[in-house]
Write a protein that binds this ligand. Structure first.
Ligand code: DGL
Length: 258
């Protein structure tokens, strides 16, 4: 019997991949797993993070019986994709900053990258820029406070506009920058608010649609959806439950990480 599609993130960010996944695979069962006990990932040391991601994904793959793992987290993917693929027996789809489509879109050849401090500094990100945006200037902005604001929004609170403006300021101060990569899955959850913080129109580009299409290619007859989808979390949290239920998931079961 084939399993569901497992989506993994540190927090609610991976929910930005859920609408395109349900669009392309409307009959597939999904399981959402998040490591909310250790959120945020973006400011943690690499060595610790690799061990943690392997342990959480191991536990989530076993608990869900999934047929594919979608790592809906740039911070995890730019660090641990190879380790996950070597460690797990199910196929793994990763999420990395959408540098390539952004470079294709930019007319001014000046692109912004908004991501966690871990992602903006990763060698993986350097390689993406070198491969796909060599002729572009790329302004990287570490935007960790936006992770918390996205979490607040999905829990039903208004995000703090002053925090959004302050974090985005280094980008809108660049007069010729015309395209911004949302290189953290939390950020498309409030893309309109990020766009509104810009004094001029810019293209916002994220990876969610591409991840969903890649999952369609990799997955082979996933388990059929039967009612609400399931979810797993590493710590009990009523605010997280509210966000998951809004996205048509059941209240999370506790995921025990060995
Ligand atoms: N959603 C995650 C990403 O795409 C990161 C959030 C965090 O810092 O935990 O990078």
């Amino acid at each position: 019997m084939p399993g569901p599609i497992l989506i993994f993130d540190s927090g609610v960010g991976g929910l930005s991949v859920v609408p395109p996944l349900r669009h392309w695979l409307p009959d597939a069962a999904l399981v959402y797993a998040c490591d909310n006990a250790m959120l945020p990932y973006g400011t943690r040391p690499d060595g610790w993070l690799v061990e943690r991601i392997l342990a959480v994904c191991d536990a989530a793959v076993a608990a869900s019986g999934c047929c594919v793992l979608v790592v809906a987290c740039n911070t995890a993917s730019t660090l641990a994709l190879d380790a996950l693929r070597a460690h797990l027996t199910v196929p793994v789809v990763g999420t990395v900053p959408a540098i390539k489509p952004a470079a294709a879109l930019s007319v001014s050849r000046h692109v912004g990258l908004l991501a966690t401090s871990a992602t903006v500094a990763r060698p993986y990100t350097d390689r993406l820029i070198e491969a796909f945006a060599r002729d572009c200037r790329v302004t990287r902005v570490a935007a960790d406070p936006l992770v918390r604001e996205a979490e607040r929004l999905l829990a039903g609170d208004e995000p703090d506009q002053a925090i959004i403006r302050t974090v985005m300021e280094p980008l809108w101060r660049e007069p010729d920058l015309d395209t911004v990569v949302l290189g953290c899955t939390h950020f498309p959850l409030f893309g309109e608010r990020l766009a509104a913080a810009f004094p001029r129109p810019v293209h916002l580009v994220d990876s969610s649609e591409a991840i969903a299409r890649r999952t369609v290619q990799v997955v082979n007859g996933p388990a059929p959806r039967a009612g609400r989808d399931q979810s797993l979390a590493t710590a009990p949290d009523a605010r997280l439950s509210r966000a998951l239920v809004t996205f048509d998931f059941d209240e999370p079961r506790l995921l025990i990480v060995g």
